[in-house]
Each structure stands twice: as C-alpha cells, then as structure tokens.
Design a protein around this ligand. Sequence first.
Ligand code: PLP
Length: 393
Amino acid sequence: MKPLSSRLSVLSGEGALTVYLRAKELERAGRSVIHLELGEPDFHPAEPVVAAMERAVREGKDRYCPMAGVPALKKEIAAYLGRTRNITVEPESVVIAPGCKLSLFLALMAILEPGDEVLWPDPGFPGYPSITRGFGGIPVPFGLEEKNKLQPDPDEIAAKITPRTKAILLNSPCNPTGTVYTDAVQRRIAELALQHDLYVLSDEIYARIIYGQKYHSMLSYPGMAERTLIIDGFSKSFAMTGWRLGYTIAPPELVPHLVMLAINSYTCTAEFTQYAAIEALRDSTGATPRMVAEFQKRRDQFISDLNRVPGFHCILPEGAFYAWVNIEETGTTAEEVCRIMLEEAGVAAIPGAAFGDMGKNFVRFSFASSTATLKEAVARVQKASVAWQGATV
Ligand code: PLP
C-alpha cells in the first residue's frame, strides 16, 4: 500500500479519552469508578428544547438546509450574543456547524498556510495545537502560570510574535484552568493583534458558565470586529454535547470561505437540531442560569475539599467546570497520582500534560457531577493519598 498522508502523524488525541477507556475497562471488571475525566455537563437540555426538536422532525424539518445555517437560528444567535455578551453581530456573520470543534477546525483551515505560527494557551484544549499542526501550522504555546493567577501574560505573547505569526487562539473561560481572562489582559492582547495584524480565534464555548464576574468577549475591543472569529456552541452552556451544534462568528469577508468549506465537508447542520437550538437560546425555563448556579455550589464545595487532600492545591476557577489541581507537593508525577486515584480509589481524572507541557504538575478534575458524587470522590482520594504521602518522606 502507498503511504497515508503525513498529516496524520502530526495529529494527537485527547487525554480524557484514554483515561475514560481504562475507567470503562475497570467497570467491566466489576469496579466502581467515579468519572471526573470528561468535559460534559451532567444535565440534559430543557424540556422545551426537546419538544422543539420533536416538533421540527414532525413538521418535516429533516431535509438539506442552508449551508451557513437556518436563517431563523442565525438571527436568534445574533440577538442572544447582543443580550448576553453586549456585542453587535449581524446574522450574516454566523456560520453554523456540527459542533464547536468543527467550527474551530474549519476556521484554522481557512486562515493557515504551511509554516504559519499560531499562539495558543498552554495548558489548553488539545485540539488547538493538534489541528494547527494538521494544517501545516506551527503551534507556539504561551503559558497560563500560577504566578500570573493562570492568566495569559501579554508580555510573553508579545515576545513570541514573529513575522510568521498568523493568529492567537484564546479560550476564556478556559479549559482546563477555569480562568476568566481579565479585561486588562484581553485589552492588551487585542492591541497586540491590531499592531501585528493577527487573527484572533476566541473560543467562547464556556462564556455562560461563569461565576459572578462580567464577561468580556474579544469582539468587544476596538478594531477586533474585522479580525476576530468567535467559536461557540451549544455543548456546554445548554448541555447539548451529543447534539453536535456549534457556530463561528466571522468577519464578513471570511463568511463565503467558511461556507465553501461547509459545502466541501458537512454540507449543512441537521435542520431539526437548529430549530431546537432557537428554543435553547430563548431559555424560557431559565435552565442555563439554574445549571450554572448548581455548578457554582459544587465548585465551592469541591475546591475547598480538594485543597485538604495532602499535596494538592487548587486556585478557585472563575468559570467552566474544571478543577486544575497542582500536585507538585505530592512528591510524585501527575501520571502516578492519576494512576493511584483510578486503579486504587476508582476516581478518574486527567494528568495535566494532556493539555500541554505547562500542565505536567497538574491534574484536571471535572466537577460536572452531583455534590454527593464529588464528596465521595474526594473521600476516596483522601484515603488513597497515603500512597503519595509515603513518597514525600
Ligand atoms: N473548545 C473547548 C475549549 C472545549 O472544551 C470543547 C469541548 O470539550 C470544545 C471546544 C468542543 O466543543 P463541541 O462539543 O461543540 O465540539
């Protein structure tokens, strides 16, 4: 056989999946496992959303439909972003896709030439460097470090910009750290993007899952409208992971290119899920704020419990539903801590290196599980921690 594309060898998978598969194996062998490895809300869409999807199918909205998305949904997204993010978006700037990840994939496909550099937050979503490499780009990490309260350092970003830099990837609130970038940090990054004529890919998928502060979209800064692509979707804020529904908000001249990529790949996104998405955005039952209030309660309890585990410390996340725990003081590696937690205590979490080199002394736990489950998980980890307490003496 002739060789396959060399592009395949530069792609990487996701750490969560490896841990999940091992956890499933243990469960099949009769072990009890608490799953804190996956980035998935333990909620389901509100009843009116499910009813809207059923109605749409019955009305025959199960055909090919407009490539950029159903006009009524694009209009609703524009109104929703105006209402919840205080930004002006024209419905014509919206391109719907089957999932936020595909939006990101096609946005990078649209802007990258081989050799282009893309700045990305390390630790960050594993797709950022992998997809960048897949299109021949060079991922250049900038750190989210505890000494900066896990915020990006605009001076570091400035120092890493070269004539080959094409884009900056941002993700606030951040997976895996839960950081909500400050207004000052975003303003500085926006200035750098303007000064160096860079695209900004702002992954705002967790924008609604935020605890207290005001959210600032990257699109709201001076000069950003013509260079920012917002990547967002329904997986997290509306608990619709399996519905595969995302969108890009793009500058007008990019929209026809993203539509061309849609035509050449997925054609269109399922019509009935788009009608249901309109109902999700209207949120007539207040499902999203209720879910976020529940996440906040869990966060407060879980982070304070984790901070009592010997060798663990965790900065309070301001958004998303992840605890990013520094395990350096356990005296052992994150891989070994995760192995002990999974194999001996039945708690699945991900070694931080899955999110980049800067994550090597961290572990990511998802707190999208009930308070009782999270309490039980920490109790198990407390017990298992004797293993690494031995390691430090
Ligand atoms: N971006 C970030 C930061 C994520 O955490 C995820 C999912 O975990 C995605 C994108 C992918 O979202 P979707 O389910 O819409 O493809």
